[in-house]
Design a protein around this ligand. Structure first.
Ligand SMILES: Cc1ncc(COP(=O)(O)O)c(C=O)c1O
Length: 455
């Protein structure tokens, strides 16, 4: 029978996949390969360290049967540890920041782990910081094991023993550049140590989000003040033990916008559905590749699966809210869907037979100052509160008149896929536009709805 003893047998030995369409589009001659760590059983590169840190603790007798695993994690190390816990019967408590995606939190709960959430804004060393919290819980929990992935040697060792040799084997020793992110530093430090031992000329490139300290720290030896960024799982606000800066040749800073755009492109153009940190790494790999010829073989890490981020950068709504969506993707439909912070909005309208007083009452109840007049789902006119009030000052009897007698011309209509620039142009002449989807009027966009859109 060909089978595995348990799920842990599936960790590692992930394949390399060549990038074709994006490299062609950028006129890149170098070959770029994705190391598909998203194909691990917990869907991330961190499965490798979950088992190696736990094996180490079992061997040293630190972890006993029935014990509790505790770790500070951006989610993926937790998932890697939860796999081992499921197979070997440990309990798990994971401490994460409120930056971690809902998907990863739910995943861990579904795996039976307890989750503690701490504010991402908490200062390192403060009692509220997620690392301090994990340490405290570990101290208070009998028969517990807190590996501390930021400093545990079994973290980089897992990559030295597995990730590095796999890349060397699968490229037949021809790899020239390795590109990885730096979170705990385990992946880049361990993999690179193996690769450099085989061939010291292999260039190691770290991809770091703007806001994280690693680039400046590598270049000056000083850690600057970190600033917030949105990509999960990578970068730091303090130096960490497992991030060996000496083995890294170069660190490239990447913006959130570029990271997410590259992650989305990997899905759409290569079928590699991945997280934001993979986008950061791939963006750095492309920058490196631009100056190289066809003899270069670049390997980059696909850190985790895009499914962890369906409510984050893989959602147009989230991207728009964070002002990161490419302007051409901001369509009429998306603007209407995401106004009112994403809560569903019904189209408020009146029929031409409605009275002016009932229309004003409806507008005041719904808090709108303009309203379309629809008949059989066709737009036949519009009403603006200011205009009606002016008319009422002259003639109070109009309150009982029908809307059809006082309405103005219809708001312009745009298709649900109309671009934000078309909508903005129309809104210069009209206070609102209506959205048509498959011949039905489905929504309205007013001037205030486009105020926060990028130019
Ligand atoms: C999504 C993601 N990408 C990258 C990394 C960084 O890997 P490392 O900690 O080995 O530097 C992590 C680490 O948790 C991660 O969760």
């Amino acid at each position: 029978m060909k089978s595995y003893n348990d799920i842990l047998g599936l960790i590692g030995n992930t394949p390399l996949v060549r990038i074709n369409n994006i490299t062609r589009q950028h006129g890149i001659k170098a070959q770029i390969f994705a190391k598909m760590e998203n194909l691990n059983p917990g869907y991330s590169v961190k499965d490798r360290i979950g088992i190696s840190m736990i094996d180490d603790a079992e061997e040293k007798g630190i972890l006993k049967p029935g014990g509790t695993l505790i770790e500070a994690t951006s989610g993926n190390t937790g998932i890697g540890m939860a796999l081992v816990a499921a197979v070997r019967g440990y309990k798990c408590i994971f401490v994460m920041t409120d930056k971690v995606s809902i998907e990863k939190r739910r995943y861990l709960r579904a795996m039976g782990a307890d989750i503690v959430i701490r504010p991402a804004a908490a200062k390192y060393g403060s009692p509220d910081h997620y690392v301090s919290t994990a340490r405290r819980i570990a101290e208070e929990t009998p028969n517990s094991f807190y590996p501390d992935q930021y400093n545990h040697p079994a973290n980089p060792l897992a990559h030295y023993r597995t990730t590095g040799p796999e890349i060397w084997r699968d490229t037949e020793g021809r790899i020239t550049h390795f590109v990885s992110s730096i979170g705990t530093g385990g992946t880049i430090s361990g993999t690179s140590r193996f690769l450099k031992e085989k061939n010291p000329d292999i260039r190691i490139i770290g991809a770091d989000p703007y806001g994280s300290i690693f680039k400046t720290y590598k270049e000056t030896g000083q850690a600057p003040e970190a600033t917030p960024y949105l990509v999960e799982g990578i970068g730091q606000n303090i130096p960490v033990g497992n991030a060996d800066m000496k083995i890294v040749d170069e660190i490239i800073n990447i913006t959130d916008r570029e990271s997410f755009e590259m992650s989305r492109q990997l899905g759409r153009q290569e079928g590699i559905f991945c997280g934001g940190s993979t986008g950061t790494i791939f963006a750095a790999a492309l920058k490196v590749a631009k100056n190289l010829d066809e003899n270069a073989i670049i390997v980059f890490i696909v850190c985790d699966t895009g499914e962890h981020y369906l409510t984050k950068h893989h959602s147009d709504e989230w991207m728009k809210e964070k002002l990161l969506l490419e302007p051409q993707k901001i369509t009429a439909g998306l603007i209407a869907e995401t106004k009112n912070s994403g809560s569903p909005t019904e189209l408020i309208f009146v029929s031409p037979d409605e009275t002016v007083s009932a229309t004003l009452a409806l507008m005041s109840e719904k808090g709108v100052t303009q309203i379309p007049v629809l008949e059989n789902n066709e737009s036949v006119g519009s009403v603006r509160e200011s205009r009606i009030l002016t008319k009422l000052i002259e003639n109070r009897d109009l309150l009982e008149a029908k809307v059809s007698e006082v309405m103005e011309k219809s708001f312009p209509i745009v298709d649900v896929d109309a671009s934000s620039s078309e909508i903005k142009t129309k809104l210069q002449k009209s206070p609102a536009v209506l959205i048509e989807d498959f011949k039905r009027i489905t929504g309205i966009i007013t001037r205030s709805d486009v105020l926060d859109l990028p130019k």
